[in-house]
Design a protein around this ligand. Structure first.
Ligand code: FES
Ligand code: FES
Length: 861
């Protein structure tokens, strides 16, 4: 037992427990986030006697007489200052890390009212942010310190809220002050806890499951197995190959496969009951790699398949082999890129509530409420009135929350047991379960003429898609279609194969396969520049796709094409580095906006004038931290000529908000943005001579189909995607230490809806891929088990981040969505080859494998 104060109030805690659990589960102070429970992420940071401390570490019995402060306990003035400063700086994206950052800032400023940038970075060294790259969080801390010193809030720099304004995001107050709800912040009366019993073997036959001992444990509500599933057991984005629960008699695919689900009244009983579920297995040989998967006679990951090939893509245009044969310079190289873990700060969580009609309502964190609906309704065997899904705040996704992880399990437990159930993955489960970035093995050959003009590229790619298809096929397709790079040449051929293995599944990850093949193409192009005797900048400028040009996929690009502008934007920085003799590396990229290649790609939105005479924006598009709600609000401000105060952005749900597809493929700004713009046309017409009060109850619907041609379409110039974003990134090294001195990233985003937000995306994407290039690893052992913990993933921390110069190239021209193309994924694509090139120039060692070896950031052997 211990007595201490929390936010100034005295509390007596009888049962010794982690402070984090007491603050969240008993006091419901949910600004204190549970990102790992392992002391590794910093989202749970509170002040203990004025010192920032991770609340998941100390036990309450050790806190006798101490004072604990959470964000809820800040004064009104402090809340006002941090909300203003973080909003003004653009520091908030998904928001999951933000209350912890605010607490660190408060602790720092109390000791040091005028911190330097380095001191602010040091103060948040124990707190990971996966979205922002820390740049704008540090800006926010410094601005808050200044406001505290001066004692008054300054005027905001931006007054307007239309398209193109540098606006403060609409979700800043709830995220800074910690009252916004992520699913784990939901506590309802009688709520129980659910969790899966997972396979002991990556590949084994389940012979029997005995749940009797677990069911008999007091406090256990139920134990479910596959036979309790009323609808279809198998879920999956495209291919339904992921079992909700492995039935007796079937084989497991990886260590994350669930064999049984346990529901209990409290977390301790839950963990005890899981250990009492007895499962008998027949262990079988596992498939560890694509090489093993492709070997004759290899064990089959799916028993009913003929082989382990999950997807095969062949993309060809012109005569690549002939063009290479006739080239003056030819380079061939083998490249490898690793598994990568998304490491979003918010672990997967879903709360399922029984509905009176016998169905369930799911409060989720995912990349599409409608996808969750389709998957869970089919699994339950119910119609859409008996399965409602509502997005809560989403603490980052980056592609890793596109598949079912907890939603179907929570739905099944609540549906059967008729109790509210929370299912949340532990950080270890999260690292095992959600699909990762595909590792790829790539062989590329490039031919150029004497002037460095690319004549042809021929390549082959092999990927490990792990246990399930997930989005392995589309990822491989995008890896292949974009491998040619953003250049104007016609001879290109690539062959790609994705193999099932018994490793964790791979799927969508920011960049969607292009991150991997871009590393190969751009690295080869840098070496080609040396061979030709021109600079890496010059070879790109000569080959760059320009408006009206033809991409290697045959598409004629539009006026909005801005690759050359991104090259020109980095030129002064490039020239300066060369002049200084600093090792500098360069890379370009292109990335589609929208699903493309002939697949249905709908944006849909509804504007409803509520009883409050405000326009409520409803769209099934999930805001996963990238700022979609603010973007759509800006579009309504501009296209319906309304004030910010007249607009309410509603979180996605499945019963009012129309399906607008997944937040994936950098598509929502363009596709849903255009749907909103179209809805605004109808609203504007209705508003003619009327006020909003006169339109109460009326709905205005907009939809847009991004129409494209299928891969291999029999037309001379197929439209593979409605638009592409382009980028040039540059890495400058310190010539003495070999550490990164500066990153420069210029991105063509079409019309920048919110330049402040675009910068934040660029900084965050660059830092994320600095990890991909230099430090991050996701090792898998001989038992197909990922061995990393959150703290050993080697994510970049604030003090290690160099200056990142984000340049937003605002190039209108696209006649959709106010000219906006969007930016989500491309920010992470050219970073690794730019860094690899800088190191090649630093020490002369060519590097073809990630993470890069022999850098100051490499793991010490
Ligand atoms: S939850 Fe405490 S450090 Fe991650
Ligand atoms: S805003 Fe920091 S983790 Fe998302």
């Amino acid at each position: 037992m211990a007595q201490f104060t929390v936010n100034g109030k005295s509390v007596t805690v009888e049962k010794n427990q982690k402070l984090l659990r007491y603050l969240r589960d008993t006091l419901h102070l949910t600004s204190v986030k549970d990102g790992c429970s392992e002391g590794a992420c910093g989202t749970c940071t509170v002040l203990i006697d004025g010192k920032p401390t991770k609340a998941c570490v100390p036990q309450t019995d050790k806190l006798e007489g101490k004072s604990v402060v959470t964000v809820e306990g800040l004064s009104d003035w402090e809340k006002e200052v941090f909300t203003f400063a973080f909003g003004e700086a653009g520091a908030v994206q998904c928001g999951f890390c933000i209350p912890g950052m605010v607490i660190c800032a408060k602790g720092l400023i109390a000791q040091n009212p005028a911190p330097t940038r380095e001191e602010a970075a040091f103060a948040i060294r124990g707190n990971i942010c996966r979205c922002t790259g820390y740049v704008k969080i540090i800006d926010g801390i410094l601005l808050a310190a200044k406001i505290f010193r001066e004692g008054k809030l300054p005027e905001p720099a931006e007054k307007g809220f239309g398209v193109g304004a540098r606006v403060r995001r609409i979700d800043v107050p709830e995220k800074v002050q910690g009252y916004g709800k992520y699913p784990d912040d939901v506590y309802v009366d009688g709520m129980c806890y659910g969790s899966a019993v997972r396979s002991q073997y990556p590949r084994a036959r389940v012979l029997s499951i005995d749940a009797s001992e677990a069911e008999a444990l007091p406090g256990v509500v139920c134990v479910l197995t596959a036979k309790d599933i009323p609808g279809k057991n198998y879920v999956g984005h495209i291919k339904k190959d992921q079992p909700t629960l492995i039935p007796v008699g079937e084989i497991t695919h990886y260590l994350g496969d669930s064999v049984a689900l346990v529901c209990a009244r409290d977390l301790e009983t839950l963990e005890a009951a899981k250990k009492l579920v007895k499962v008998e297995y027949e262990p079988l040989p596992a498939v560890h790699s694509p090489t093993e998967a492709a070997a004759p006679g290899a064990p089959l990951v799916f028993e009913t398949d003929e082989n382990n090939i999950q997807a095969h893509k062949h993309v060809s245009r012109g005569d690549a082999a002939g063009a290479i044969a006739g080239s003056k310079f030819v380079l061939t190289e083998h490249f490898e890129t690793p598994w990568t873990e998304h490491a979003f700060l918010e672990p997967e969580c879903c709360v399922a509530l029984p509905l009176e009609n016998g169905g369930v309502k799911l409060l989720t964190t995912d990349q599409s409420a409608h996808t969750t609906l389709h998957e869970c309704a089919a699994m339950l065997g119910v119609d859409y009135e008996h399965c409602l899904v509502e997005n809560q705040l989403v603490g980052g996704g980056f592609g890793g929350k596109e598949d079912m992880s907890v939603q179907h399990h929570a739905a099944l437990l609540a549906y059967v047991a008729r109790v509210p159930v929370k299912v949340k993955l532990s950080r270890a489960e999260s690292i095992l379960v959600h699909p990762k970035r595909h590792p790829m093995w790539m062989d590329f050959t490039m031919g150029c003429d004497e002037n460095g003009i690319i004549q042809g590229v021929k390549a082959s790619v092999v990927s490990d898609t792990g246990a399930f298809a997930s989005l392995g096929g589309p990822v491989l397709e995008r890896a292949c279609t974009h491998a040619a790079g953003p250049y104007a040449y016609e001879n290109f051929e690539i062959d790609g194969t994705a193999y099932y293995t018994n490793n964790p599944p791979a799927g969508a990850f920011r960049g969607f396969g292009v991150t991997q093949t871009c590393f190969a193409t751009e690295t080869l192009l840098n070496r080609m520049a040396d061979l030709v005797g021109i600079s890496p900048w010059e070879i790109r400028y000569r080959n760059a796709i320009r408006p009206g040009g033809v991409l290697p996929n045959g598409q004629i690009v539009g006026e909005e094409t801005g690759l050359v502008e991104t090259l020109e934007a980095v030129k002064p920085y490039y020239d300066e580095a060369v002049k200084n003799g600093d090792p500098v590396g360069l890379a370009c990229a292109m990335k589609n906006a929208g699903v493309g290649v002939g697949l249905p790609d709908w944006g849909r939105a509804k504007l409803i004038v509520g009883d409050d005479a405000k326009v409520h924006i409803f769209s099934g598009a999930s805001c996963i931290g990238q700022g979609l709600g603010t973007v759509l609000t800006q579009m309504v401000v501009t296209n319906a000529a309304l004030a910010l105060e007249d607009i309410v952005y509603e979180r996605s749900n499945t019963w009012i908000a129309p399906d607008s597809g997944d937040t994936s493929g950098s598509r929502q700004t363009l596709v849903t943005g255009e749907a909103v713009r179209r809805a605004c046309e109808k609203l504007t017409a209705a508003l003619e001579g009327k006020s909003l009060s006169e339109l109460k109850g009326q709905e205005f619907y907009g939809e847009y189909l991004a129409k494209t041609d299928p891969l291999g379409a029999d037309v001379p110039n197929p439209v593979s995607h409605v638009a592409y974003g382009y980028a040039t990134q540059m890495c400058v090294l310190d010539k003495e230490t070999g550490r990164i001195k500066q990153m420069v990233a210029a991105h063509d985003v079409g019309k920048a809806v919110n330049p402040l937000s675009c910068e934040g995306q660029i900084e965050g994407g660059v830092v994320m891929s600095m990890g991909f290039a230099l430090t991050e690893q996701y090792p898998i052992d001989d038992n197909c088990k990922p061995t990393a913990k959150y703290g050993t993933l080697r994510l970049f921390r604030a003090p290690d981040v160099p200056p990142v110069k984000a340049i937003v190239v605002d190039k209108p021209g696209l006649k959709l969505a106010n000219g906006a193309i969007g930016i989500g994924e491309i920010t992470s694509i050219p970073t690794a080859p730019a860094i690899a090139d800088a190191y090649a120039r630093f020490d002369g060692e060519p590097r073809s494998r990630l993470p890069l070896e022999h850098t100051p950031y490499a793991r010490k052997k």
